[in-house]
Design a protein around this ligand. Structure first.
Ligand SMILES: *Cc1c(COP(=O)(O)O)cnc(C)c1O
Length: 388
């Protein structure tokens, strides 16, 4: 089977997990902080908080941004549902800004219009689709004008860089950035996520929210007569200061993630080669067009998406996918626009209000791209797609 995406585990990764299993901590131990520190240093940010999933990271980021009833979040229609659900978890509303067909990222012009028509936007969640960074300078300016904060959904973009060469996650134009370590993403933790920020108050709040809302480090206590005896801190004492969650990640997961992280640059380099080869293979095709051609060097290459003219191909997408599956090649559609999902339709969303997203959705297909895809396998995929 050749899936559209896949993790790559080597003996070092296995040993890293075994080492954790033989250590004193399966959770709440040193591997969590070590992983946070490694990612923070790599992306160039002050603080990082590792959590149980990318979805948990989005939920906590939305809470820390102040999203709640009476406020809303703007995101892209073309993303995984978690980008939008984060606002609903907090009781906030969701607004969508249509994509730019060239980048498949949220269009800054569409965002500007949404912000003109809606007040009370608390946060903007741009998604670096397939690993291609959004125009963060423009988005940040629009957010500032609207009094909103920016949370970058970089679930696809660990290892990607902005035009100025800085890494996604450095938060130079956002309050927070989130990552996912699901096996199909750049590095695998089994399940896992992370939030990065340069804001100390946000960092402290995230630490509390990750673990039941219980105070952390040298947070101020609220109830002094319980906290201290004769001016000295009571050894048993902790306080739950707000309603938090149990979104902790384990040391087992962080041991694996740390080992995987050492290979990130190698992983991205190989993904880039694969993308380039696909670009070349379809460069003269009138049926298949690559997306996100400009900015390739900066992308994390999480996905390789083809835009397909199914009329010219003489097949519909389902039949085409099934014919590839018969050759053990698994493709996928990323994504059906979120407003088309029954839950969001039920909230009154109308897919036709996002014409670029609907048009993209009708033509897109993600084909295999991952570190261990061999040259031979890629040739097989190219032939299966183009030599019909
Ligand atoms: C994978 C993904 C998430 C959620 O990450 P999990 O770790 O699976 O919870 C969020 N946003 C996008 C764009 C994703 O692709």
């Amino acid at each position: 089977m050749i899936p559209y995406g896949k993790h790559h585990i080597d003996e070092d990764d296995i040993q890293a997990v075994v080492d954790i299993l033989r250590s004193s901590f399966l959770t709440q131990g040193p591997a969590v902080e070590a992983f946070e520190k490694a990612v923070a240093e790599y992306v160039g940010v002050k603080y990082a908080v590792a959590v149980s999933s990318g979805t948990a990271a989005l939920h906590l980021a939305a809470l820390a941004a102040g999203v709640g009833p009476g406020t809303s979040v703007v995101t892209s229609p073309i993303t995984f549902v978690a980008s939008a659900n984060a606002s609903r978890y907090c009781g906030g509303d969701v607004l969508f800004a249509d994509i730019d067909p060239e980048t498949v990222n949220m269009s800054p012009d569409a965002l500007r219009e949404v912000l003109l028509k809606n007040s009370n936007v608390k946060a903007i969640i741009p998604v670096h689709f397939a690993g291609l960074p959004c125009d963060m300078v423009t988005i940040k300016n629009l957010a500032d004008e609207a009094g909103a904060v920016v949370i970058e959904d970089a679930a696809h973009a660990l290892g990607a860089t902005y035009l100025n060469g800085r890494r996604v996650g450095c938060c130079e134009n956002s309050l927070m950035t989130i990552f996912s370590f699901h096996p199909v993403k750049a590095i695998a933790a089994g399940e896992g996520g992370m939030i990065t920020t340069n804001d100390e108050a946000v960092y402290r709040r995230l630490l509390r929210l990750r673990s039941h809302g219980i105070n952390k480090m040298n947070d101020q206590f609220m109830v002094f007569d319980q906290a201290k005896t004769k001016e000295k801190l009571n050894p048993w004492y902790y306080e739950m200061q707000e309603l938090g969650y149990h979104y902790r990640i384990t040391d087992i997961q962080c041991g694996l993630a740390l080992s995987q992280f050492k290979k990130l640059d190698k992983f991205i380099k190989r993904r880039r080669e694969i993308a380039k080869k696909y670009d070349e293979a379809i460069s003269n095709s009138s049926v298949f067009t690559p997306v996100q051609i400009s900015g390739r060097e900066n992308s994390g290459h999480h996905l390789y998406v083809l835009k397909i003219d199914f009329d010219k191909l003489g097949s519909d997408r389902a039949s085409f996918m099934m014919s590839l599956r018969d050759k053990d090649i698994i493709t996928q559609v990323h994504y059906m626009p979120i407003p088309m999902h029954p839950f969001y339709r039920g909230l009154g969303f109308v897919p036709d209000h996002y014409p670029n997203s609907v048009d993209y959705y009708q033509k897109c297909l993600s084909i295999p791209i991952y570190y261990s895809l061999s040259e031979h396998e890629q040739c097989f995929v190219v032939d299966a797609i183009t030599l019909r």
